[in-house]
Design a binder for this molecule. Structure first.
Ligand code: SAM
Length: 172
């Protein structure tokens, strides 16, 4: 059982600030869910924000929030983290957050992330570490999943070890 000592806002600010988003950047969030990170992206960029997710009902909720809150320059694409519909490499920043453990192939999803991010640009992955993960020693990505084009520029645990976070840079 967790004692929660942080707010969702603090958490999302910590994640999104680690992405180093600059004005005009195009951002892809893989597994965007209901769009919890989107308002934090828009603080940094007026460039295109793309949310990819496999689940239509998640998009329905996210679309309703886009309209309700007037988030601009956001596009939702239904698709799979393991096989993106995007040409490579078109994004300045890519985020995979809280979804690695859902994927049929995390390795394949990380390869796709590496393919669509521009050379010299950043990709960020975070994941929750559950009590079971901790017992199994799963407190970081499996090294074999990380594509060679991605260099780890930062690895950290957030909020007393409840999450891990990687910042990668795609080699030029
Ligand atoms: C816990 S939610 C994370 C939402 C969001 N990243 C956030 O931080 O609020 C996990 C999401 O992963 C999506 N998902 C699961 N498997 C997927 C896959 N193979 N490709 C794309 N999205 C997937 C689910 O539909 C769900 O919206």
């Amino acid at each position: 059982m967790w004692t929660v000592k942080f707010t969702e806002k603090e958490f999302r600010e910590a994640v999104v600030s680690s992405m180093g988003i600059e004005p005009g950047d195009t951002v892809l969030e893989v597994s965007v869910g209901t769009g919890g990170n989107i308002p934090f992206f828009t603080k940094y960029t007026d460039g295109m924000i793309v949310g990819l997710d496999i689940t239509e009902s998640m998009h329905d909720i996210c679309r309703e929030k886009i309209e309700r809150f007037g988030w601009r320059n956001v596009r939702l694409v239904q698709g799979c983290a393991e096989y993106h519909p995007f040409k490579d490499p078109v994004f300045d920043r890519v985020l995979i957050g809280g979804s690695i453990n859902y994927f049929s192939s995390p390795k394949r999803a990380l390869e796709e992330m590496a393919r669509v991010v521009k050379p010299g640009s950043k990709a960020v992955v975070y994941e929750q570490i559950t009590a079971l993960d901790r017992m199994l020693g799963k407190t970081r990505l499996d090294e074999e999943w990380i594509p060679r084009q991605l260099e780890i520029v930062k690895f950290t645990h957030l909020f007393e070890g409840k999450f891990y976070l990687y910042v990668f840079e795609k080699k030029v």
